[in-house]
Design a protein around this ligand. Structure first.
Ligand code: DMJ
Length: 456
């Protein structure tokens, strides 16, 4: 199948030119380390493990596993993003463990999980965003206002941390994330909305910026997925999700003059009529949550999910490359297109195909497969280069302007979601698995669950 070939191509080039670095630079044919993972290496290896396994790229999976066994060093120093390490490394290792039953993935996940714990040593227990994995020192991002922590960062730990407790028998991981929820339940929500910046010292909001895109996004995703992962027992998470979505719909969901439904951003009560590529995951999330409401509610949310997914598809269709920009706007006569030069890029992000996958699984409307195939063709045409896949700087021109970066989430998410879109529903069934925000599958806590649950 075509998408399997794309994965093999992405992996082989990473292996040849960048194995042990974090990402491949496909134009210059070398590796990129970056500063998100605090000295950890091999982000692409760990992010790719489960995709290689699911696609039955056996030799390539063994190569990746051998690197984890022999070269993945956790005794590192440097500034790491708690969020990124959790979603990519812990998520990737946990998924690899659950799919294969191989102990090495479990022990690395647990060891790394321990190293993240000092970030929670704050007056409220809300973790800070940056941690030195060697010293355990932690601090807030310099760019986050007044030393605040970010909703999408501290709100995107729950799934992985519950599994760390489950696998280690150590309650500390679950305690940390349950405490985060307690703080969030207690704090007053303006109009029922959750702003993106919270002080880890006082537990109060620092700025009233609300977004279902960057800075907010996966917090909402983890609420509904916490409920699903608990086999629908965690009704507190479901209630928080339902209430949040209701507030979002009331205050943020809008329809453009041309009839496109979108989710705006909110700055202290003023709407910014912009939707980020990141926000396009929400079509899939709303559909996933809708599946489990009452009949009327369910139809309402399925319609909303379909409309948002359609809008995100429009942001792709209206570009010359048929790939969508980083952000698109609905103002001054613009509909679903970027208006600023700085928002025209596409960095191989997954959110739009992620929504196609959920919409396909939940409706079986063939248009979602067709839309996914449009993306496959566009990736091949505009992002495939001699030594891998690259992001592009401007989706509105077909003259190639590559950014020389093969993001690890392209292998973890974009290719995985595209592949699953063309598989039968029982390959990683949504009844048995939830995908973390980096598309790493974690098993639903059915009482009869065993590690190495079958993928089929
Ligand atoms: C990924 O690391 C995750 O999907 C995250 O939730 C958002 N950003 C990237 C992909 O765009």
């Amino acid at each position: 199948m075509k998408i399997k070939e794309m994965m093999k191509f992405a992996w082989d080039n990473y292996k040849q030119y960048a194995l042990g670095k974090n990402e491949l630079r496909p134009l210059t044919k070398n590796g990129h380390i970056g500063n998100m993972f605090g000295g950890l290496r091999g982000a692409t290896v760990v992010d790719a493990l489960d995709t290689l396994y699911i696609m039955e790229l056996e030799e390539e999976f063994q190569e990746a596993k051998t690197w984890v066994e022999k070269s993945f060093d956790l005794n590192v120093n440097g500034e790491a993003s708690l969020f990124e390490v959790n979603i990519r490394y812990i998520g990737g290792l946990l998924a690899a463990y659950y799919l294969t039953g191989e102990e090495v993935f479990k022990s690395k996940a647990l060891e790394l999980g321990e190293k993240l714990l000092p970030a929670f040593n704050t007056p409220t227990g809300i973790p800070r965003g940056v941690i030195n994995l060697g010293s355990g020192m932690s601090w807030s991002w310099g760019w986050a206002s007044a030393g605040s922590s970010i909703l999408a960062e501290f709100g995107t730990l729950h799934l992985e941390f519950l599994h760390l407790t489950e696998l280690s028998g150590n309650p500390v991981f679950a305690e940390k994330v349950l405490n985060i929820r307690k703080v969030l339940k207690r704090v007053e929500k303006p109009q029922g909305l959750y702003p993106n910046f919270l002080s880890p010292v006082t537990g109060n909001w620092v700025q009233h910026h609300v977004s279902i895109g960057g800075l907010g996004d996966s917090f909402y995703e983890y609420l509904i997925k916490s409920w699903l992962m608990s086999d629908k027992k965690d009704s507190e998470a479901k209630k928080m999700y339902d209430d949040a979505l209701e507030a979002i719909e009331k205050h943020l969901v809008k329809k453009s003059a041309g009839g496109l439904t979108y989710i705006a951003e909110w700055r202290g009560g003023i709407l910014d009529h912009k939707m980020g590529h990141l926000a396009c995951f929400s079509g899939g999330m709303i559909a996933l949550g809708a599946e489990h409401g009452g009949e009327e509610r369910k139809q309402h949310y399925m319609d909303l999910a379909a409309e948002i997914t359609n809008t995100c598809h429009e942001s792709y269709v209206r570009s010359d490359t048929k790939l969508g920009p980083e952000a698109f706007r609905f103002d001054a006569g613009t509909e679903a297109m970027a208006t600023r030069l700085s928002e025209r890029y596409y960095i191989l992000r997954p959110e739009v195909v992620e929504s196609y996958l959920y919409m396909w699984r939940l409706t079986h409307d063939v248009k979602y497969r067709q839309w996914g195939w449009e993306v496959v063709k566009a990736l091949e045409k505009h992002c495939r280069v001699e030594a891998g896949f690259s992001g592009i700087r401007d989706v509105y021109t077909t003259v190639p302007t590559h950014d020389n970066m093969q993001q690890s989430f392209f292998l973890a998410e974009t290719l995985k979601y595209l592949y699953l879109l063309f598989c039968e529903d029982d390959v990683l069934s949504l009844d048995d698995w939830v995908f973390n925000t980096e598309a790493h599958p974690l098993p639903v806590n059915h009482s009869n669950f065993k590690a190495k649950a079958s993928v089929q």
